[in-house]
Design a protein around this ligand. Structure first.
Ligand SMILES: *Cc1c(COP(=O)(O)O)cnc(C)c1O
Length: 391
């Protein structure tokens, strides 16, 4: 997009990632195959649709740091979150609660509350909300661990957003999972803002499940398919309750339409339907770029881009600017949440007018994300100049 003859500075990859150059042609390929083959495309398309989701698995597993058996691209985020809670939230006896962040993304909270109600329980009693300390915005890891320590016996599921959508704070999943498991809780993460943003090492983290969307840092297009991770230890766990559909059934006998469900080992068993190929195309197109670039190299550039942004923005003065996101690179990804004291939406409208695409959160926070795949140091500098000018 252009503004006054100059390209907009796009710093909104945390909300909707930009389109890979290859996506359009790859989509065209599937449209042509559909036109030419009809149903035969399931087997004879250039990329046969029957096993299509499998083409994505290995690359996706690398992006989130998991084994292929632990990762699948399916559904959308909130749908996957519900499917995972069906399996990993089993309130029993005095262990009935879900631990969540007070400022969790609304959809996550609605999902958790409705799961609690689905079990005939009261969200007021069964949802524990983690709040930051008085005068602070980010949660402290020690406080999260303390709540798990003292209330863990009553917690059935720990469900945290990683990275937090509002503050950009990244939680150490390994530490939290370990503590949760010591207390007998299930542990899951919503990695909507983590996937493709920083290396998640989901397998090593030991968490039971994770879900994410692919339209933010993974650049797969508006409303595209999401991802799900179920730890290998549950790959063949017959004790887990699960909502099931034909796409989770043993591939060799799927079309025999037998009565009994025979799950595919691993997270693929959670698949319900045959997936929308046109959306899969976009996810795959993006994953090929991630494969080529590699998460570690992307992360190196991200740390440096974000550090540069932080340095510039801080020069605007602490009396005006407060960066809410943790200063420690280990505790954040690409996003900076910049609180502008005594500012209102007019400031945001002004920087938009001057050519920056960012994101505004009431009352006074601008969220920006410099994404290593397509943002440059120059973008960061232009943002800083436009913000400084607007102030
Ligand atoms: C973006 C985001 C969502 C969006 O959910 P969809 O089901 O993809 O619409 C949910 N949770 C978090 C934490 C998010 O950042």
């Amino acid at each position: 997009m252009q503004k006054n003859g100059e390209t907009y500075v796009y710093l909104c990859g945390n909300s909707l990632g930009l389109q890979p150059k290859t996506t359009e042609a790859n989509l065209q390929q599937e449209l042509v195959d559909w036109k030419n083959y009809g149903v035969e495309g399931h087997f004879h398309a250039k990329n046969p649709w029957m096993p299509y989701h499998e083409f994505l698995t290995e690359a996706m597993a690398k992006v989130v740091g998991a084994k292929p058996i632990e990762v699948v691209v399916m559904n959308t985020l909130t749908v996957n979150l519900h499917l995972m809670m069906v399996s990993f939230y089993s309130p029993k006896g005095k262990r009935k609660k879900i631990l969540i962040e007070a400022d969790a993304f609304p959809s996550d909270k609605y999902a958790a509350q409705s799961q609690i109600k689905f079990h005939g329980l009261d969200p007021k009693e069964c949802l524990i909300e983690l709040k930051a300390r008085e005068g602070e915005v980010c949660l402290r890891e020690e406080d999260i661990l303390e709540v798990i320590d003292t209330q863990g016996d009553e917690i059935a599921l720990i469900l945290l957003g990683n990275t937090n959508y509002y503050t950009g704070q990244y939680f150490n999943m390994k530490t939290i999972s370990k503590k949760g498991h010591q207390k007998g809780c299930m542990v899951g993460f919503d990695c909507a803002h983590g996937a493709g943003n920083l290396p998640l090492n989901l397998h090593d983290s030991g968490c039971d499940f994770a879900v994410w969307c692919n339209y933010k840092y993974i650049n797969s297009g508006p409303g595209s398919l999401g991802g799900a991770f179920v730890h290998e230890r549950h790959a063949n766990n017959p004790d887990l309750p699960r909502f099931e559909g034909w796409w989770g059934h043993n591939k060799d006998t799927r079309f025999k339409m037998r009565d009994d469900f025979e799950p595919i080992p691993g997270v693929e068993a959670w698949q319900l339907s045959n997936p929308p190929i046109l959306s899969m195309v976009a996810v795959w197109s993006s994953l090929k770029i991630f494969e080529e670039a590699g998460m570690n190299r992307l992360r190196q550039k991200a740390i440096s881009l974000t550090g540069y942004m932080e340095y510039l923005v801080k020069t605007l003065g602490e009396d005006i600017i407060n960066i809410v996101t943790p200063a420690d690179p280990e505790q954040r990804g690409s996003q900076l949440s910049i609180q502008v004291k005594s500012a209102d939406k007019k400031l945001f409208d002004k920087i938009t007018e001057d050519g920056v695409i960012a994101d505004w959160r009431e009352p006074d926070v601008i969220r920006v994300s410099a994404v290593p795949l397509y943002n440059s140091y120059e973008d960061v500098y232009r943002f800083y100049s436009i913000l400084k000018n607007a102030l």
